[in-house]
Each structure stands twice: as structure tokens, then as C-alpha cells.
Design a binder for this molecule. Structure first.
Ligand code: FRU
Length: 513
């Protein structure tokens, strides 16, 4: 399985680990990242499908009638709780599934959890694509949601564990890159499927089978991670796997570190369960940061756009074709800008990227809101030049999200927890993401109906809160080894250091932070 190029890498304490970036590691990484593709395809497909007349006429005839009523209010024509439930039910199911998935990951391994994800996804796809009533659609979406919950918990963990340390960031962002590629593919599929009458929507929903099948078949060829094998008592198999993925038998130092980490986690786990340990004061800084990063990521308003871009563009007065095409444009900007993040994140640092993005998003959101307020009245559409200006501003907004809050929402929670609480802490990040994705999916169309153009000012106001959060509470973690976070980051931070007072006294410190 050798391939790639010869390297050695440094462990957390500066020790040299021998091995190369083998083709096998890349193959495993690419297969696992397909999980992101499944997630992204789903995010991108629902908006287009819910804008298709054949789909609306069959399942949501009242929305169909309202959409075609000549004098209907632009902002409210898609406001329907059941239509929103079609999109949001997936995320509610994923939220519940992510807690089960974190246990499945420990008990059965990352690889099996990803396989289970692909099976749920295939079942959900079959149900949705062949649905003849709303119940079938919703049950299908719930199966897809379980697939997303399992995949999102297992894949980032898998990627981190097989990666040599010096390419761990790049391999991690591969997941988010796949999410954005999935969203883009879905917009292209929507564009063509919307022309195929009356079955286009079935093709669009059925297309989700492709990434799921790739993940299922690919996962038969990939390995389990060495950490997961050692964690489950299969020490020899763990060592053999490490030798295979590093392309050398000289893996003693790295294997010792994996074994020591597993021993420590096991010992601490016997003393106190990881979820209880997370309630300790010293766990509070990374826990608050992990949850806040995910909540704020969703309050940028990104998924209002990703789910409902075609609907939103129709609201702004675009025809069905134009609105789907605009979604393809914003989807492409999303992919390219995520690549920018891979290049910049370890050079520029996390805080600068996040703050720059806040400024860019604030300007774009406020300008879109102002144009909508002045030029899009309830019953008329903007002129073509204002419509183009809106699409350009939305691209400005998406690009800044994609090189900041998108990937860093996953990266920062994965690098700030100490090992003993890392997986439990990360599952809080996944479930917070799903919860707020669900809330936005469920509430956005109603919010747009009642708030109208002010919806953009609502998200803009959150961006100000996020910037204050980054300035005051988010420390820079660029270049800091994961195992040095406590001493080099938290103990030096003006606010969070109170959780780590030298004269540690559980009761007093708890009160302080
Ligand atoms: O690229 C946008 C996508 O990225 C995420 O924020 C995180 O993976 C999704 O919630 C969103 O749909």
C-alpha cells in the first residue's frame, strides 16, 4: 500500500513519527469524506425540490395554488409548516441519532458506523424517491437524517484518526469541502431535474443514492482506525493497521502514543464518565466555545440560503430557472472559498478569518436587506439590475462564510478539547449543529413571511454579536499543539483563566467561571 511520498512527522511532544502519506490513507480519507457529500447533497436538494411545481402539486397542493395566485404576497407564498417539516425533519432525526452514533462509534468502530450511515441513507433515498404520500416522504427524510447523524459523528473522527498529524487539518476540512461539493451537485441536479416533467423531483431525490452507494462500497475497502481498534482491545490489529496506513513497520513511537492515550482515556473513563467530566469547570471553556461556534455558524443565516436558495430567489422575483441557476452560482462560490480556507487557516489564523468574515457578511446582509426593503414590495419584483446586485452580494456573503464559520465551526471544537473529553465534547458540537440547523429549516419561511426584508437585518444583528464573541472570548489556536491548549491557551486567556486557578478549589473556581 505504499505510495505518496516519504515523510516523518512530529508528535505532540515533538517526537518524530516515521511513515509516509500513503495512497491508502488518501483513499480511506476520500471514501470517508463521502459522508460529507451525502450531507451536502441533502442540504442542497430540498430547496430545489420544494420549488418544483410537480412536487408541490402532488404533496402540497395549497402551497402550489398560493404560489400561482397572481396577487399573492411574495414573502409568504412558501410559508407552510408541513413544507418546512419536509426539510427540517431530517435534522431533528440527525440530532437524536448523533447521541446514539457517538456510542456506536466507541462500541462498533468508526467504519461500521459509517457503513450503517450509508445503509440508512440508501433506505431513506428509496422511500423519498418513490413516495406517493407525505407520510412516506417524512419517514424517508427521518431515515436520511439518521444516516446524516451517524455519518457526521463518525467521518470527522475517522479522518482525524487516520491522518498523519501534519496533514490533519487538511484532511479534516476535506469533510466540509465534500459538504459544499454535495450542495453544488444538488443545485446542478435540481436545475436539470426541474425541466423533466413530471418525474424530475423523483430523480433529484433519488440522486442521493449515488454518494451513499459510494460510501457503502468504499467502506468495504477501507480500514478501521488504529485508535478505534486499540480502544476496543484489539491491540495487535491496531498496530498492524497503523503499519499499513503509514507504509512502514517503524511506527513504534506513534503506536505508543495511541496506546497511552487510550489507556489514559480508559482510566479516566472508569473514574468518571466523559459526559460527567464535561460538567467540570475546566471543561467549560472548550464546551462553551464548541456549542457557540455551531450556534453562531447557523445564525449567520447560511442554511436559510442553502436550503431555500431557489425559493428565496423566487421570492426576490427570479423565474424558476433563474433561481435554480443562481443557486448553482452561489454553490460554486461556496466550494472555491472552502479551498481558500484550507490554504489560509494555518497561515492567517482562526480569529482573523472569523473577524474578516463578520465584517464582509455584515455589509452583504445589510445591503441585501436594504435593496429588498426598497425594491421588492410584497407584490412586485426587482428590476433585473437589482436582482443581479442581490446575487452578487449573496456571493460576497457566501464566500466569507465558506472560508471562516463553515469549516472552523468543525475545526475549532475538534482541536480544543483534551483527549479525555474530546469525543463526548465533539458530539455536543454535532448535536448543536443539528438542533440549530433544524430550527432554521423549520422557522425560516415563516420568519421571512412575518419579517420580510428585515430577516436580513435579523441575521446581520447576530453577526455583530458573533464578532464581539470572537474579539472577547475566542482565543487563537493556530499552531498550538492540541495537548498544550490548557497551558498555552486557556490558562493565559483573560477570561477563561479563572476556570484554571492555580490554587484549584472546585467550589470556588466553579463559581468564578
Ligand atoms: O456550506 C454550508 C453548509 O456548511 C454547514 O454550515 C456545515 O457543514 C452546513 O450547515 C451548511 O449547509
Amino acid at each position: 500500500m505504499a505510495g505518496g511520498f516519504a515523510v516523518s512527522k512530529s508528535g505532540a511532544d515533538g517526537r518524530e513519527f516515521k511513515g509516509r502519506i500513503t495512497w491508502y490513507v488518501w483513499m480511506c480519507g476520500i471514501v470517508a469524506a463521502t459522508s460529507g457529500l451525502m450531507f451536502g447533497y441533502d442540504v442542497g436538494i430540498s430547496g430545489g425540490v420544494t420549488a418544483m411545481d410537480d412536487f408541490l402539486e402532488l404533496f402540497f397542493p395549497s402551497v402550489y395554488a398560493r404560489k400561482h395566485r397572481a396577487r399573492e404576497n411574495n414573502y409568504c407564498k412558501f410559508d407552510d409548516q408541513r413544507l418546512q417539516l419536509f426539510t427540517s425533519s431530517l435534522y431533528l432525526a440527525a440530532l437524536v441519532a448523533s447521541f446514539v452514533a457517538s456510542r456506536a462509534c466507541s462500541r462498533f468502530g468508526r467504519k461500521r458506523t459509517m457503513q450503517a450511515a450509508s445503509v440508512f441513507f440508501l433506505a431513506g433515498t428509496a422511500l423519498c424517491a418513490s413516495a406517493t404520500n407525505i407520510a412516506m416522504l417524512i419517514v424517508g427524510r427521518v431515515c436520511l437524517g439518521v444516516g446524516v447523524g451517524f455519518g457526521n459523528q463518525a467521518a470527522p473522527l475517522f479522518l482525524s484518526e487516520i491522518a498523519p498529524a501534519h496533514v490533519r487539518g487538511a484532511l479534516n476540512i476535506l469533510f466540509q469541502l465534500n459538504v459544499t461539493v454535495g450542495i453544488l451537485i444538488a443545485s446542478v441536479v435540481n436545475y436539470f431535474a426541474s425541466r423533466a416533467h413530471p418525474l424530475g423531483w423523483r430523480y433529484a431525490l433519488g440522486g442521493a443514492a449515488a454518494p451513499a452507494a459510494v460510501l457503502f462500497l468504499g467502506s468495504l475497502a477501507i480500514t478501521e482506525t488504529p485508535t478505534s481498534l486499540v480502544e476496543r482491545g484489539r491491540t495487535d490489529a491496531g498496530r498492524r493497521t497503523l503499519e499499513k496506513i503509514r507504509g512502514t513497520a517503524d511506527v513504534g513511537a506513534e503506536f505508543d502514543e495511541i496506546r497511552a492515550a487510550c489507556d489514559l482515556a480508559r482510566a479516566l473513563g472508569e473514574e468518571e464518565k466523559p459526559y460527567r467530566r464535561l460538567m467540570r469547570p475546566e471543561s467549560r471553556p472548550p464546551l462553551v466555545i464548541a456549542i457557540a461556534m455551531q450556534v453562531f455558524q447557523q445564525f449567520t443565516g447560511i442554511n436559510a440560503l442553502m436550503f431555500y436558495a431557489p425559493v428565496l430567489f423566487q421570492t426576490m422575483g427570479f423565474e424558476t430557472d433563474g433561481s435554480l441557476l443562481s443557486a448553482v452560482v452561489t454553490g460554486s462560490v461556496n466550494v472555491v472559498s472552502t479551498v481558500v480556507s484550507i490554504v489560509l487557516v494555518d497561515r492567517v489564523g482562526r480569529r482573523k478569518l472569523l473577524l474578516e468574515a463578520c465584517a464582509q457578511m455584515l455589509v452583504a446582509q445589510t445591503a441585501v436587506g436594504a435593496i429588498m426593503l426598497v425594491h421588492v414590495r410584497a407584490n412586485n419584483n426587482p428590476s433585473q439590475s437589482w436582482a443581479v446586485a442581490i446575487v452578487v452580494l449573496i456571493c460576497v456573503y457566501v464566500s466569507s462564510f465558506a472560508w471562516s464559520w463553515g469549516p472552523l465551526g468543525w475545526l475549532i471544537p475538534s482541536e480544543t478539547f483534551p483527549l479525555e473529553t474530546r469525543t463526548a465534547g465533539f458530539s455536543f458540537a454535532v448535536s448543536s449543529n443539528m438542533l440549530f440547523t433544524f430550527l432554521i429549516a423549520q422557522a425560516f419561511l415563516s420568519m421571512m413571511c412575518s419579517m420580510r426584508a428585515f430577516i436580513f437585518f435579523f441575521f446581520a444583528a447576530w453577526i455583530v454579536v458573533m464578532a464581539i464573541f470572537v474579539l472577547t472570548l475566542l482565543p487563537e489556536t493556530k499552531g498550538v499543539s492540541i495537548d498544550e491548549m490548557v497551558d498555552r491557551v486557556w490558562r493565559r486567556h483573560w477570561f477563561w483563566k479563572r476556570c484554571f486557578a492555580d490554587d484549584y478549589d472546585a467550589a470556588r473556581v466553579y463559581d468564578n467561571c
